[in-house]
Design a protein around this ligand. Structure first.
Ligand SMILES: [Zn+2]
Length: 261
């Protein structure tokens, strides 16, 4: 039970945030035009998304790396896409971090793995984005804007949703493809749907079949959850057709049904 005065206090604080970070009409329309997957959303959804994007901008700190300048359009584009997964869950889901570091382009990270013989292997990994426990979230602006699925089959690609799905996954500790759920029973029920879907998807990738899901999702269950979340918001109907049980799992978690006509 939450006291009424506390609810009013919170609502008042949120309203002040929204007013402080009010989004100009022109910039809002331009941002939506560049995110065509939002076109079929209802007026009500878009209104709430706009309010949540203001809250996001008020609570998060953007910084540019290597001289990259984060202008209003860049910050708003990230804020809108990051707000979409938590539209019904609430912006508090992102309270565990504040910083968002933007790069102009993908970042090359030096990685190191030790194999079972104790031999150290070093390699470079090209990152379009990265979410770390406790933050910050790193994003490449070139990848935020890009859509490699344009020329081929409709593979969903959205680096912002991908990284923020990792943020949600990490709310209960290490990323493992299971976001924060009420208890162990819910966790087992989640895995009972996620893992068969993951196995089916890996088979598809191995056989070279097309999928609405980015093949990168075959890396691990946590990447699968992030990639499936991209498809859920960007190409929901295709995901619902290809993996209906997975679609329903995500619809119940995100409390949204974007495939609905
Ligand atoms: Zn990932």
């Amino acid at each position: 039970m939450i006291a009424r005065w506390l609810v009013r206090l919170r609502q008042g604080r949120e309203q002040r945030s929204i007013e402080r970070r009010a989004i100009a009409e022109g910039l809002w329309c331009e941002t939506l035009e560049r995110l065509p997957f939002l076109a079929h959303r209802s007026e009500g959804d878009l209104l709430r998304l706009r309010r949540m994007a203001s809250l996001f901008l008020d609570r998060k700190e953007f910084s540019g790396a290597g001289g990259f300048v984060v202008d209003d359009a860049t910050a708003l584009s990230v804020a809108v896409q990051a707000s979409l997964p938590v539209l019904e869950l609430g912006i508090d889901q992102y309270d565990g971090f504040v910083g968002i570091v933007m790069h102009a382009d993908a970042v090359v990270a030096e990685r190191e793995v030790v194999d079972e013989d104790g031999v150290v292997h070093r390699y470079d990994e090209v990152l379009a984005g990265e979410a770390m426990e406790g933050g910050p979230v790193m994003l490449s602006w070139a990848d935020v804007q890009g859509d490699p699925g344009d020329d081929g089959p409709p593979t969903a690609y959205n680096v912002v949703i991908h990284e923020f799905a990792h943020v949600l996954d990490m709310r209960d500790g290490q990323p493992d493809g299971v976001p924060l759920l009420p208890g162990n029973q819910e966790r087992q029920a989640w895995l009972a749907v996620l893992m068969p879907a993951y196995d089916r998807f890996c088979e598809r990738v191995v056989c070279g079949y097309d999928s609405v899901l980015d093949p990168y999702g075959a890396e691990s269950p946590d990447e699968f959850f992030a990639v499936a979340s991209e498809a859920f918001f960007v190409t929901p109907r295709e995901l619902n057709e290809e993996q209906p049980a997975l679609y329903r799992l995500l619809a119940s978690y995100y409390r949204q049904d974007p495939a609905k006509p």
